[in-house]
Ligand binder design. Structure first.
Ligand code: SAM
Length: 299
């Protein structure tokens, strides 16, 4: 499972979820299946969703073996390729209208980042794609070409929180008029011209790639739409757990939970988000920006 994705905050997710035998749980971002398999081993029934076909295929294959190995009925895991923004519909179709808990582990999997042909990483040459869901119509390249200079500026400012957004958008508009920007490397190379490419050890292209990825996958709207659906599906004492990886997502989660509390729908369990232990940080660098927030429904 490690090669596909190493689960972040696994212990914290499992204890926060308080898994009970034969209760229904949704894993809205099943990825490599690490969180789900632990819930299944503890006797939970899981509806696993992912918009990436690779994740669904990978987990399906592994679960065949793992369920046999652990003596758990294979049917305890239902897999659906879909977007969690359609959570209510997907859950209804699978008789998961009422659930004891739901997890969202946002962002990309290590598999997506590592597979050059998926186009998420500027460290690997691949087509400028960045779609988590291979059925989406628009790729990052389409965004690079379709947006005006002003729109690129806005995108990099809002979704990349990039302070030099103007310089980046100018460079892209100049470059795309000279020769095609087809690959991740083509895009990253455009920023080579910016003198101080590395700020605090982070490559400048990082924020631009982040902004494009969020836009291509409409990530912020997806979580914004999914959380109110999730809270309405929870049984009494059922919980929503969200791991976010950057401030824009975390802000949305924090605000949604506050709103649920104001509406007397339940209580926020994590006054401050839970972050990885030193031990986890030492093993998994990708966990460094993870923040876990938990909300409990009370009916
Ligand atoms: C960080 S990984 C999840 C890893 C997983 N928890 C594990 O332990 O292996 C995030 C996954 O969420 C999926 N994803 C992101 N946004 C999604 C959305 N709106 N709907 C469905 N899946 C989504 C991605 O395709 C990716 O596979």
């Amino acid at each position: 499972m490690d090669s596909f994705h190493t689960s972040v905050l696994l212990k914290e997710i499992i204890s926060g979820l308080n898994v009970q035998k034969n209760k229904n749980y949704i894993d809205a971002t099943i990825g490599g299946g690490g969180h789900s398999f632990e819930i299944l081993r503890l006797g939970g029934i899981v509806l696993g969703i992912d918009c990436d076909k690779d994740a669904i295929d990978y987990v399906g294959e592994n679960w065949k073996l793992e369920s046999k190995r652990c003596g758990i009925p294979e049917k305890n895991l239902i897999l659906v390729k879909g977007n969690f923004r359609d959570l209510d519909k997907i859950a209804h179709l699978n008789n998961f209208d009422k659930i004891s808990g739901i997890i969202f582990d946002l962002g990309v999997s290590s598999h997506q980042l590592g597979a050059a042909q998926r186009g998420f990483s500027f460290q690997k040459e691949g087509p400028l794609d960045m779609r988590m869901d291979q059925d989406l119509n628009l790729t990052a390249k389409d965004f690079i070409y379709a947006l005006t200079k002003g729109e690129l500026y806005e995108l990099f400012t809002k979704l990349g929180e990039e302070s030099n957004a103007r310089e980046f958008s100018n460079l892209i508009v100049m470059a795309r008029g000279v020769k095609p920007i087809e690959t991740t490397r083509d895009l990253a190379m455009i920023f080579e011209k910016i003198p101080s490419r590395r700020v605090w050890g982070i490559n400048r292209a990082t924020k631009i790639f982040q902004a494009l990825r969020i836009a291509v996958n409409d990530e912020l709207n997806a979580i914004r739409e999914a959380l109110p659906k999730a809270v309405n599906m929870l049984e009494d004492e059922g919980r929503i757990l969200v791991i976010s990886f950057h401030s824009l997502e975390d802000r949305i989660v924090k605000r949604a939970f506050l709103e649920f509390e104001e509406k007397n729908m339940g209580k926020i369990i994590t006054k401050k988000p839970i972050t990885p232990t030193k031990e986890e940080l030492g093993i998994n660098r990708r966990s460094r920006s993870a923040k876990l927030r938990i909300f409990e429904r009370n009916i």
